[in-house]
Design a protein around this ligand. Structure first.
Ligand code: ADP
Length: 606
């Protein structure tokens, strides 16, 4: 059946792609040209399978191949962009640093150091934020640290990031990535060589060679073996020279890479000359120069021309010495243009750093400004609190005078007032009583934020007592039914707790037209909260006012219907806010109101 055959072809394609991925891992270490064919095959199969993720991965591999092998960096960049563009979802997310690493390498080879640096640093920051990294991700992170180290080292900038090399060392070590580790030892060797410590350089190179050998990483092995051969030649150890150049030949053959062949010839040539075998050495140097011209590797070529000029001069062949000196300086002039580009890039990097510093300074300044505004705000809040307190406190004094004198007036005019005059006096008396209540509530409200002392409170006793007082006050003869769950003991300010429950209980009974108001105070313990409920069967609060009633002076009724100042619920909210809790209203099914108060246990525990 066709459906089945497609499926089985699909499975075998999948398996083939798995094999290709493994093959690519190997080829990356040992034979660059194999990467090309394997990656192309992976892309072809992934297209057939409509697997955009693996097609994208194939493009990233191909990009790495062009970057390290054909020196077609623009093409490599294009492939990296394309590959990442094809990926989707979590696969894409995972490969984001991989893509940055690939791009970083291209820019590094192109001499655009700032761009390379920002790619590596982006990848590093993505990977530093990733938990539970797999082997690939750790490898990318190590490679980014390593490349960034090389970049900083080459850029001639003052700060060499030695810690990057150490981080790469540690990460490669954590996944037993021997080839990665061999790169680290190779770097140690170059530093030692630069310091003139040839013994340490050799030790590190031998270590690098041993490590790369564990994974048959021919690309690295070919370079290290040639370098070791040359170092031995400088020490005059003939048998070791032969041994390592034989090894170098073997590894170089395996890499199928022209560049590595040229490198080996160059090192061999120098080693032979060192041993006094000038003619043989010259042949090797010429072979190296031909390959390097073929693959257009001008940076390495300048070194070879210079070497040739030196050797000819040493041999007294000044004609050839002059020719190579000339070629060397011509090439240098050409490269000077490239160097200039790279110098501009370097300047740009410095400029960017400077810009960043400026930005940081600006940020710091803004932060300071914000802090000072906050300080001012805190100060003016404090002032406002004081102001509300002082005003409400001081207003009571003249009010007391008004009520006292109006009472005196009432008494001395007793029996002499007509009906209208009596009514006017009554207005003043009621008005000043209302104002007194209002000021008293306002005073309570403004005092809330000043109070800090707390004590242990058994809410069972407190709420029961408040409930009895409420009934006595609002329904002395008819009673009201207030049921109370078992409540917890908390640590809080006693006055505030009284205000909270008193206001809720009073409202529950006050805004109730039933013969016997029913009120239930409930309690539930949650993980981190104490949750209280005050439910009544009263007149209820329409849903659209559920938020608004918590604002100060917001009343839904006139004083003639229900007495009050509109401050009670605002006090409740402020008390609960102080404890970092919240208060809300739901309407009961029977139309009554149900207040829920949540208080974090942490705010009221000892
Ligand atoms: P006050 O009771 O002094 O007017 P509050 O701030 O305590 O002020 O309440 C604000 C408004 O919310 C009240 O005027 C009333 O209209 C409404 N309200 C408060 N609690 C209830 C309740 N349990 N049932 C019905 N309405 C209520």
């Amino acid at each position: 059946m066709p459906a089945k055959s497609t499926q089985s072809a699909g499975v075998s394609n999948r398996e083939r792609m798995e094999d290709l991925l493994l093959g690519l891992k190997r080829a990356r270490l040992s034979s660059v040209s194999d990467v090309d064919s394997l990656a192309k095959e992976l892309i072809r199969l992934a297209q057939q399978e409509k697997d955009q993720n693996l097609e994208g991965l194939g493009c990233l591999e191909l990009s790495a191949y062009h970057c390290s092998s054909t020196n077609e960096y623009d093409k490599a960049l294009e492939l990296a962009e394309k590959g990442f563009g094809l990926m989707k979802g979590s696969f894409k997310q995972k490969h984001h640093p991989h893509y940055q690493l690939a791009k970083g390498r291209c820019y590094q080879f192109l001499g655009d150091q700032p761009a390379a640096q920002s790619c590596y640093l982006d990848a590093i920051s993505l990977l530093e934020k990733t938990n539970d990294k797999d082997r690939d991700q750790i490898h990318w992170q190590a490679a980014c640290y390593y490349n960034a180290y090389i970049l900083f080292n080459q850029s001639g900038m003052e700060f060499t990031r030695e810690d990057f090399l150490e981080k790469a060392h540690q990460l490669y070590g954590s996944i037993d990535d021997f080839t990665g580790l061999s790169n680290i030892y190779n770097s140690y060797a170059s530093s030692a060589f630069k310091r003139g410590d040839k013994k340490e350089a050799l030790d590190n190179l031998l270590k690098a060679y041993e490590l790369a050998g564990k994974e048959s990483a021919h690309i690295q092995l070919s370079i290290y073996a040639s370098n070791i051969g040359l170092l031995y030649a400088q020490q005059g150890d003939t048998s070791a020279i032969r041994e390592y150049f034989d090894k170098a030949k073997e590894h170089t053959r395996a890499t199928k890479s022209r560049y590595h062949e040229a490198h080996m010839n160059g090192q061999m040539g120098e080693a032979l000359i060192q041993l006094g075998l000038e003619q043989e050495g010259l042949d090797r140097l010429h072979a190296a120069s031909e390959i390097l011209q073929e693959i257009n590797a001008s940076a390495s070529l300048t070194g070879v021309f210079q070497k040739l000029a030196d050797v000819y001069a040493g041999m007294g062949d000044f004609k050839n010495a002059y020719t190579y000196q000339l070629r060397y300086s011509q090439l240098l002039r050409e490269r000077f243009k490239e160097e200039k580009t790279s110098a501009i890039a370097k300047a740009r990097m410095f400029f960017n750093l400077e810009e960043k510093e400026k930005e940081t300074a600006l940020l710091r300044q803004k932060n300071e400004e914000i802090n000072s505004y906050m300080e001012e705000l805190r100060y003016s809040n404090e002032e406002l609190k004081q102001f509300a307190y002082v005003v409400s406190h001081d207003l009571r004094e003249p009010l007391r005078t008004i009520s006292s004198y109006i009472k005196l007036l009432e008494r001395s005019l007793a029996g002499k007032l007509d009906k209208d005059e009596r009514e006017y006096i009554d207005f003043v008396v009621t008005g000043s009583r209302n104002m007194n209540e209002l000021i008293s509530d306002l005073l309570t409200f403004s005092k809330i934020s000043f109070v800090t002392d707390v004590e242990s409170i058994d809410l069972n006793n407190l709420v029961r007592q408040l409930a009895d007082e409420t009934i006595m006050h609002y329904r002395p003869e008819k009673h009201a039914d207030i049921r109370i769950d078992t409540l917890p003991e908390i640590r809080a300010n006693l006055t505030q707790m009284k205000q909270l429950f008193k206001n809720l209980l009073s409202n529950a009974v006050k805004y109730n037209s039933n013969q016997v108001p029913q009120v239930a105070v409930g309690y539930k313990e949650q993980d981190t909260y104490h949750v209280f409920n005050v439910a009544d069967n009263g007149i209820g609060i329409p849903k659209e006012f559920h938020e608004r009633v918590f604002q100060i002076f917001q009343r839904l009724h006139s004083k003639s219907e229900y007495q009050g100042t509109g401050v009670g619920l605002a006090i409740c909210k402020k008390v609960v806010d102080q404890l970092k809790g919240d208060i809300s209203i739901r309407s009961n099914e029977d139309g009554g109101s149900n207040f829920t108060i949540r208080i974090p246990k942490q705010s009221v525990s000892s």
